[in-house]
Ligand binder design. Sequence first.
Ligand SMILES: *[C@@H]1O[C@H](CO)[C@@H](O)[C@H](O)[C@H]1NC(C)=O
Ligand SMILES: *[C@@H]1O[C@H](CO)[C@@H](O)[C@H](O)[C@H]1NC(C)=O
Length: 307
Amino acid sequence: MVLLVLLTACVCSAARIPQLNQRPIIGVLAQHVLPFDHNAPGSYYIAASYIKFLESAGARVVPIRVTHTEEEFAKIFSSINGLLLPGGDVDIQNSQHTRAAKILYNLALKANDDHDHFPIWGTCQGFQQLSVLTANKNLLTLTDTKGVVLPLTFTPDASSSRLFRNFPEDLMDSLAEENITSNFHSWSLSLQNFSQNAKLKKFYKVLSTNTDGKKDFISTMEAYNYPFYAVQWHPEKTPFEWVDKPGMVHSPSAVRASFYTASFFVSEAMKSRHSFSSPAEEEQALIYNFSPIFKGSNAIFVQIYYF
Ligand SMILES: *[C@@H]1O[C@H](CO)[C@@H](O)[C@H](O)[C@H]1NC(C)=O
Ligand SMILES: *[C@@H]1O[C@H](CO)[C@@H](O)[C@H](O)[C@H]1NC(C)=O
């Protein structure tokens, strides 16, 4: 009798805990090579720091080219467990990159509405892109935030947020008190424009803000009803980029913050069951088919993948 009760209890709790996908694969959207990157051996690139950031937390990566047809994007979407929109320098309203981001974002909205968990992470330009996709409007404003390290000003919602609630308390203190988030952006989503836009306000919960001394802007946000996360700062630079210039930080707490951030996003990807239709197809798509190129110790990206 006791055994039966125990057995039933076990079966029930097992049923309630969804099985995690411990082999998550995350897509990273490539972008057109930067104008100053002469002799680039390809037309599209991804900074290797984004790849390492995800790999460090237990994910594998598939680069996503921006030139696919909608059908091809749908196939890729059904094969990957999450999407990372990196920082960069594309036109976030009218470019191939934005077209690609929009198609994948819409697929993710629909999947999540259908209880098919699919997370999106936006860093810097990726943050800005998500704001434009959600608002269907560019509400960004120029700020003096290129090459500064800042502490996060957490909102009261931060400690209960999905993103931050499992961060160790001392790490939250470091993030709030030390200058450990790298900012390399000219454009920002001001708190003012966010608050005046009903679509954004309804969609995203603000987790942290910062200021350039004149304008308050949003530095971290997560969607209320979707596993979408956006940071205006660069968690991937701290452990993986080495250019010696203002805005860079390599302190132990900064490196730790980077890892917890990556680990959180990868844990979200582990809730996705998407998979490639065959091992051969998966193998062909993985970033391991490409080798990053060493750009020099003082390059803006120390290693870059080209496609
Ligand atoms: C609000 O957004 C508009 C673009 O729609 C932009 O021109 C303006 O600078 C922004 N203002 C602030 C305070 O962010
Ligand atoms: C953070 O940076 C600001 C300005 O860049 C500086 O005034 C402040 O002292 C720094 N704080 C710490 C804890 O280093």
